[in-house]
Design a protein around this ligand. Structure first.
Ligand code: FAD
Ligand code: SF4
Length: 459
């Protein structure tokens, strides 16, 4: 155990300004125009392209790549954004290795897919740099829809509804729109102001009113929204965090999501406090991101501890490799037993090894070990906070702690749709949230137009 543990030394300013800048520079810099042409030339423009099937928003990938190859970059951007209005951020954050690029036939021959994500970024950046607006609001339908949550799911829903002529009010608890694109995704994936630029592009369509600082359950309730609007979409993400299940000392234990939120909003990275020895508990993208980022903020020793094997981590193998190249150690098959503290300050974590028992259940082993730590991050999953989501008489059906929806993203409450991380059965990815919002908008459109026709028939 370290001899530094007699007093807490969790602080910022561990690195020189240029090192912070280097450590948080764009993780995957953009393609130069000639590189984009060379890469687009590698595409076979497959019939029944597997990359399209692997894209949750079904972007016509060969079509947009062909347009880049023939110099029609605006057309390429249109192919992307008409399917996925958040295609600029998705180009940076999608785990393409398990989606489109994972399915690319080039893997079979050359073990190297067409770099679809980088080409998508090339086209959408080109469009944003030239401030070309491709979408316009449809003729006014006279219908009003409330969207709760201004993250990828809510904004995608709002944009599609506006394209279809409906008036949308977005109720967002925070002071900025964008959800985890703005407050959660790792800083080196979404450098500069790309998340806000994308939100501004999307809102330019018009017909979308934003009510910021409005939280469902505190400032608004679902039953009232149902009375006031023709339909409601819930895209509230997952606001709560799971507990560690062990006693926590007052100093040294942090919630990874809350810390990342501060990091993403920090104007000066040297203000972000980090310890010397950091332990991250979890196995998903949040665990990878917090570990990689605190290491890049100057923590000396960073270890992710996950209770199962590498193949069970929800972070992809590319994400795991990224953490390791950032200098993070990953230990598998262990779970925390006790947090050790002195004078109320964390000094170490005691773990027990884990294994699968004869029935395939996770079990503790006799072997134990201790890792010195002055900072522990909880990254063991998030929970839905469903304050204010029940109607007066109708109850929102839940599945596995999240909102149950059908294929059209309809909930059990009439006139209420939901999508993104708050619904059951998703993959907790930005691109999936965007697709949910789009699907829900199309379903809401059918619903409100059908009501209009019925009303017209009955005079
Ligand atoms: C640390 C971290 C890193 C990630 N990295 C990636 C990545 O690299 N790639 C990737 O594809 N995915 C990543 N994800 C997942 C991705 O960010 C989410 O899947 C996606 O943001 C879900 O969108 P959403 O709109 O459902 O929810 P959110 O993005 O969470 O947005 C929900 C919005 O609703 C608002 N809200 C919540 N409750 C209320 C309420 N009661 N009333 C009003 N508003 C409310 C919130 O403030 C927020 O703006 C990451 C997630 C985390 C936590
Ligand atoms: S699978 Fe690969 S080669 Fe085929 S269309 Fe998609 S990107 Fe091009």
């Amino acid at each position: 155990m370290s001899d530094r543990d007699s007093e807490s030394d969790i602080r910022g300013g561990r690195l020189a300004a240029e090192v912070y800048a280097r450590n948080f520079a764009d993780a995957h810099p953009p393609l130069a125009p000639n590189q984009a042409l060379i890469e687009s030339d590698r595409c076979y423009f497959c019939h029944d392209a597997p990359c399209i099937q692997a894209c949750p928003t079904q972007i016509d990938i060969p079509s947009f790549i062909r347009k880049i190859a023939t110099g029609n970059v605006k057309g390429a951007a249109h192919d992307i954004l008409k399917q996925n209005i958040m295609g600029a951020v998705c180009a940076r954050v999608c785990p393409t290795e398990v989606l489109c690029e994972g399915a690319c036939v080039r893997n079979d021959q050359e073990h190297k897919p067409v770099v679809i994500g980088a080409l998508q970024r090339h086209a959408t950046d080109w469009l944003f740099d030239r401030q070309i607006q491709l979408f316009e609001r449809g003729p006014d339908s006279g219908k009003r829809v409330a969207v709760v949550g201004g993250g990828p799911a809510g904004l995608s829903c709002a944009h599609r509804l506006s394209m279809l002529g409906h008036s949308v009010t977005v109720f967002e608890a925070r002071e900025k729109l964008g959800g985890l694109n703005e407050y959660g995704v790792a800083a080196y994936k979404v450098t500069g102001l790309i998340a806000q630029r994308e939100v501004e592009y999307l809102l330019e369509i018009g017909g979308i009113e934003n009510r910021l600082g409005q939280r469902l359950g505190r400032d608004i309730v679902l039953s009232r929204l149902r009375q006031d609007y023709d339909a409601v979409f819930l895209g509230i993400g997952l606001g709560g965090v799971n507990a560690l299940g062990v006693d926590e000392p007052p100093v040294g234990v942090f919630d990874a999501i809350a810390y990342i939120e501060k990091l993403r909003q920090a104007r000066d990275l040297s203000q972000m406090p980090v310890g010397h020895d950091v332990v991250v508990i979890g196995g998903g993208m949040t665990a990878i991101d917090i570990a990689s980022q605190v290491k890049r903020l100057g923590a000396e020793d960073v270890t992710i501890v996950f209770r199962r094997g590498p193949e069970n981590m929800s972070a992809s193998s590319k994400e795991q490799a990224w953490a390791q190249t950032s200098g993070v150690r990953i230990k598998h098959w262990a779970r925390p037993l006790r947090l050790l503290a002195r004078d109320g300050m964390l000094t170490a974590v005691e773990f027990e090894q884990t294994r699968l028992d004869s029935q395939g259940r996770l079990a503790g082993d006799v072997d134990k070990f201790i890792i010195a730590a002055d900072m522990v991050f909880k990254a063991i999953g998030q929970l839905l906070i469903k304050d204010g989501v029940d109607g007066n008489t109708d109850v929102l059906e839940m599945r596995s702690g999240r909102i149950a929806v059908d294929a059209e993203r309809k909930t059990s409450i009439p006139g209420v749709w939901a999508g993104g991380d708050c619904v059951a059965g998703g993959q907790d990815l930005t691109v999936v949230a965007v697709e949910d919002g789009k699907c829900a908008a199309l379903s809401i459109d059918r619903h409100v137009r059908a009501i209009s026709k019925t009303e017209a028939r009955h005079g």
